[in-house]
Every structure is written in C-alpha cells, then in structure tokens.
Design a binder for this molecule. Structure first.
Ligand SMILES: [Zn+2]
Length: 74
C-alpha cells in the first residue's frame, strides 16, 4: 500500500508536468510558419519553417529580435 507521501509526490509530479506542458504550448506556438519574414519581407527558407514551427521571421531578423529583447518572439 502506497503511503500518503508517495501519493502526494505522484500528484505533484503530474501537476507539474501538466503545467509545463501548458507553458510550452503557449511559449512555442505551433501551426503553419510564415512564408515571408514579417520584419524584412524576405522569404523564410523551408528548412527554417520546418525547424521552427509557427515562426514569422527569417533567421536574421529572429536573431535581431532576440538580441534586442530576450523574451520576445522568435
Ligand atoms: Zn527577416
């Protein structure tokens, strides 16, 4: 018979996993990536579109945005 501490630990781990999954879902939007960069209008390479689902920026602009604001979009 599992004691109360084990049950509490299991529950806590399940809650943490669910919270992390929800956080990841918000932080990493999925879906169709843009074909053209929202910042500069350049075509976003297919490799990047596949590697970063939901991206709206080319690699260069994403780096500029990230450098300017670490918590900004990709
Ligand atoms: Zn760009």
């Amino acid at each position: 018979m599992a004691d109360l501490a084990d049950l509490a630990k299991e529950r806590e781990e399940a809650n943490r996993e669910a919270a992390l999954a929800a956080f990841r879902a918000r932080a990493r939007p999925t879906g169709e990536s843009a074909y053209f960069c929202r910042s500069c209008g350049e075509r976003i390479p297919d490799e990047r579109r596949a590697a970063v689902p939901g991206t709206n920026h080319c690699t260069f602009c994403a780096q500029q945005i990230t450098a300017a604001s670490p918590h900004s979009i990709r």
